[in-house]
Design a protein around this ligand. Structure first.
Ligand code: PEP
Ligand code: MG
Length: 325
């Protein structure tokens, strides 16, 4: 299997009935970009930008952020690069922000909530992103940069973030970049029909969406194993999200850990997700899986999964792969 994976890892992932699925990568620092290409990743579905903020004792300058992003696009060229704005807070504290103690940091000032409360920092990050797109333009490379906001829970958060991004873009006279949001808070999945009208894309953060749907801390030693992405409630939210996006002609990716598990990736593709973002090492196996199945069969199976009420039943359904052959 290793040899087959290796020989085919640079080929597109197309199901046996001709549906192409984008297989891209999650990365967390510029040095990871090379491994995306080495493993056959078609781009970056999630750049976690927290490294820029965690590493330094003071706020990084726009130039420093720009240099990091330039390093990444120098490797990726015009391939897709989804830059997620800072997802600080929750499990990702930053010393120089002097964040007040919170009893429930995962329910606190985290992700876009923190960026909107530190607008100068948010604008600086957006400036660095748009400057990188300008630089690509000057190099005559069409930019594959997308901007994505984490932890959106309300329509208004998206709209304020979008308006700030648009202002920054105009000030710099930068090219228009697709703007999307993470669906990782249940309220965003429930509002997906409203959000889908306005965003360019969704990316489902299944790690947080699972944690917030089940109200189980993703890092809790006793609950982490039970906070299971086979949860029927989670699948319903993903189904709603995809249906809303499709109704408005938008695409949906998944960048949580779920995307890298072959059985769960089968569920996601069956539900209509068109992009899976996984760690570089997982790309060959995910591509191999997609090439081995018919999309129509995955759709049928996902429809069955949506009828089940226990995660163990869904897990069992996917353990048996005979109906996919
Ligand atoms: C997620 O929540 O699924 C996700 C991809 O974001 P992070 O793991 O960085 O919170
Ligand atoms: Mg998350």
């Amino acid at each position: 299997i290793q040899d087959v994976e290796n020989s085919q890892k640079f080929e597109a992932a197309v199901t046996t009935d001709g549906v192409g699925i984008e297989v891209v990568c999650n990365i967390a620092k510029p040095q990871d970009a090379q491994s995306v290409l080495e493993n056959g990743g078609e781009g970056v579905g999630l750049l976690r930008t927290e490294f820029m903020f965690e590493a330094s004792a003071v706020e990084p300058t726009v130039d420093e952020q720009y240099e990091s992003l330039k390093q990444i696009v120098s490797v990726l060229g015009s391939r897709q690069l989804i830059v997620r704005t800072a997802d600080i807070g929750g499990d990702k504290p930053v010393s120089w922000l002097h964040m007040p103690h919170e009893d429930n940091p995962f329910l606190g000032v985290r992700g876009i909530r923190l960026s909107l409360r530190n607008e100068a920092m948010f604008r600086n990050q957006l400036k660095a992103i748009y400057q990188t797109a300008i630089w690509q333009h000057e190099q005559q490379v069409s930019s594959g940069i997308h901007i994505m906001f984490p932890m959106i829970a309300k329509l208004s958060e998206w709209q304020v973030a979008r308006d700030i991004a648009e202002q920054v873009r105009r000030e710099l006279n930068a090219p228009v970049l697709p703007l999307g949001i993470m669906i990782e808070v249940p309220s965003a999945a429930l509002l997906a029909d409203h959000l889908a009208k306005e965003v360019d894309f969704f990316s489902i953060g299944s790690n947080d969406l699972t944690q917030y749907t089940l109200a189980m801390d993703r890092l809790h030693p006793q609950l982490a194993a039970e906070a299971d992405s086979y949860s029927p409630a989670l699948l319903k939210l993903i189904d709603m999200t995809v249906k809303a996006a499709k109704a408005h002609g938008k695409w949906v990716g998944v960048c949580g850990n779920m995307a890298a598990d072959p059985d769960m990736a089968s569920i996601l593709v069956g539900l209509g997700v068109s992009e899976l973002s996984v760690s570089p090492a997982n790309v060959p196996a995910v591509k191999l899986l997609i090439r081995s199945v018919a999309h129509a069969k995955l759709q049928e199976k996902a429809a069955k999964a949506l009828q089940l009420g226990h995660s163990r039943e869904i897990r069992k359904l996917y353990e048996d792969r005979s109906d996919l052959l």
